[in-house]
Ligand binder design. Structure first.
Ligand SMILES: CC(C)(COP(=O)(O)OP(=O)(O)OC[C@H]1O[C@@H](n2cnc3c(N)ncnc32)[C@H](O)[C@@H]1OP(=O)(O)O)[C@@H](O)C(=O)NCCC(=O)NCCS
Length: 137
């Protein structure tokens, strides 16, 4: 990651979270959802540019034992392709390696833009043995 960027091992602000999701093309969320989501993560990080703007983020939901789920991987379009997503993923996986007993099972739902990044970090497809399923309430 270029030295104009700094990685912080903390969640983005609620406003930055909502902006990063919307501007990177992820489904928009409400302030109420963000307010509950951000303190509820097992680990989070965000990336700022030297100008102070928050430009990237990623979070882990987890039980601390062996189940960990990576969510909210997002980098603003004009800052993509510069290693920010890779730095976020490296930091999140490092947190899991340091804190969890051996054998941690790390999952994510891979949208097309993230797939090359996830493959590079060692993720493999679970289908056809296990397919992702979702329910929105
Ligand atoms: C997925 C995302 C977070 C990656 O962030 P990023 O900062 O662009 O990622 P990086 O620059 O670290 O690139 C990681 C890898 O992605 C691939 N990649 C990145 N930009 C690319 C481009 N323009 N063309 C092709 N591959 C590219 C490369 O494999 C790269 O690996 P490299 O280090 O060998 O070049 C970002 O593209 C994004 O926010 N996308 C929109 C939101 C989204 O779909 N998130 C994923 C939800 S599952």
């Amino acid at each position: 990651m270029h030295r104009d960027y700094e990685l912080h091992p903390t969640p983005p602000s609620t406003d930055d979270y909502l902006r990063l999701r919307a501007e990177s093309g992820l489904s928009p969320r409400t302030p109420e959802q963000a307010a509950a989501a951000l303190p509820g993560a097992w680990a989070s990080c965000h990336v700022t540019h030297a100008n102070g703007e928050t430009v990237g983020m990623g979070r882990v939901l987890g039980d601390g034992g062996w189940y960990f789920h990576i969510v909210d991987m997002a980098v603003l379009p004009e800052h993509q392709g510069r290693g920010i997503g890779g730095a976020v993923m490296t930091a999140l996986l490092q947190r899991i390696r340091e804190a969890a007993p051996p054998g941690a099972f790390v999952t994510l739902l891979a949208d097309p833009p993230g797939r090359p990044l996830y493959l590079k970090h060692g993720f493999t497809e679970t289908a056809p043995d296990s397919i992702g399923m979702a329910l929105t309430l």
